[in-house]
Write a protein of this length. Structure first.
Ligand SMILES: NC(=O)c1ccc[n+]([C@@H]2O[C@H](COP(=O)([O-])OP(=O)(O)OC[C@H]3O[C@@H](n4cnc5c(N)ncnc54)[C@H](OP(=O)(O)O)[C@@H]3O)[C@@H](O)[C@H]2O)c1
Length: 276
């Protein structure tokens, strides 16, 4: 019995030693931390992230979270005043920041945004396609202009920005493209026709681009939040205990970018715990 225990003990310490050795190899790599050691230097120091639609709401919370993780952050939006306020908050964290007024539904704006980000901060390793808008009501009552506005802002924008960053990510052998979809990209409801079309489209785009790019070490993932307390569609007037906060979505982004390199969290569905 004593001999058996000694053998078991020897085996266990061997396993522990091997586990520690694996930890030592993985921890120093960028983008490889599973749990963040808050006392060490920020894990994304030297990493460049571009967050679209970061002048307020979810995009601003994501940009702040990435800056807290040490990333240099580029942000865009169309409202100059709100964008300047986001930029100031990011700078308070000591993050290198680039901000540009840009309409992400316009190819020219997106190309300029990506080129100028690269020139100001370096090559982009994390792209968060967040910019978007909501427009609801019976689809048969909507105009062609409304269809174009929603589809171009919510779906075409992700195509334009992803296509602009992908070649450099391919060259560098990795990156994260994170698309902010919605539970409306998974469900149908009356009055949701145009918005759901944009988000279901974004789900399809994300899944196909994920297959195109995973061989290059690039993860294209999608986050599908339920109701989030932002200015979007007046959600900020709801009971805050029954909606998500923008920081909850930022936390999901953190989960994606801090995975180990062999892991691919392809979709996160995020709901308020308590039903409205
Ligand atoms: N809030 C929710 O309940 C909820 C739930 C699920 C998913 N989402 C998605 O989350 C994303 C962010 O929504 P949010 O709740 O944070 O909304 P929000 O508070 O209205 O913020 C939207 C952001 O997108 C920007 N934006 C919109 N169209 C743009 C364009 N064409 N070019 C550049 N920037 C543009 C806005 O900036 P400017 O106005 O300055 O251009 C703003 O910074 C959207 O894709 C939305 O569909 C939201």
């Amino acid at each position: 019995m004593g001999e058996l225990l000694r053998l078991l003990d020897a085996k266990m310490s061997f396993a522990q030693k091997r586990w520690q050795a694996r930890g030592r190899i993985q921890m120093p790599q960028k983008n490889t931390v599973n749990t963040l050691d808050r006392n060490s230097s920020p894990p994304f120091h030297g990493t460049v992230a571009l967050v679209t639609g970061a002048s307020r709401g979810i995009g601003r919370a994501i940009a702040l979270r990435l800056a807290k993780l040490g990333a240099a952050v580029s942000i865009c939006g169309r409202d100059a005043q709100a964008l300047t306020a986001s930029e100031a908050e990011l700078k308070k964290l000591g993050a290198p920041v680039y901000s540009q007024i840009a309409d992400v539904s316009q190819s020219r704006d997106v190309t300029a945004l990506v080129d100028k980000t690269r020139a100001a901060l370096g090559p982009i390793s994390i792209l968060v396609n967040n910019a978007g808008l909501g427009l609801f009501g019976p689809t048969h009552e909507k105009t062609e202009a409304e269809w174009d506005r929603v589809l171009n802002s919510n779906l075409k924008s992700a195509f334009l920005a992803s296509r602009a960053v992908a070649p450099t990510m391919i060259q560098r052998g990795g990156g994260d493209i994170i698309n902010i979809s919605s539970l409306a990209g998974r469900n149908a409801f009356a009055g949701g026709g145009i918005y759901c079309a944009s988000k279901w489209g974004l789900q399809g785009l994300s899944a196909c681009m994920a297959e195109d790019l995973r061989g290059y070490g690039i993860r294209v993932s999608v986050i599908c939040p339920g109701s989030v307390a932002t200015e979007f569609s007046g959600h900020n007037r709801k009971d805050p205990s029954k909606v998500l906060s923008p920081e909850d979505v930022a936390h999901a982004v953190e989960m994606i970018v801090t995975q180990s390199p062999q892991s691919f969290l392809s979709e996160i569905q995020l709901r308020p715990l308590h039903k409205p």
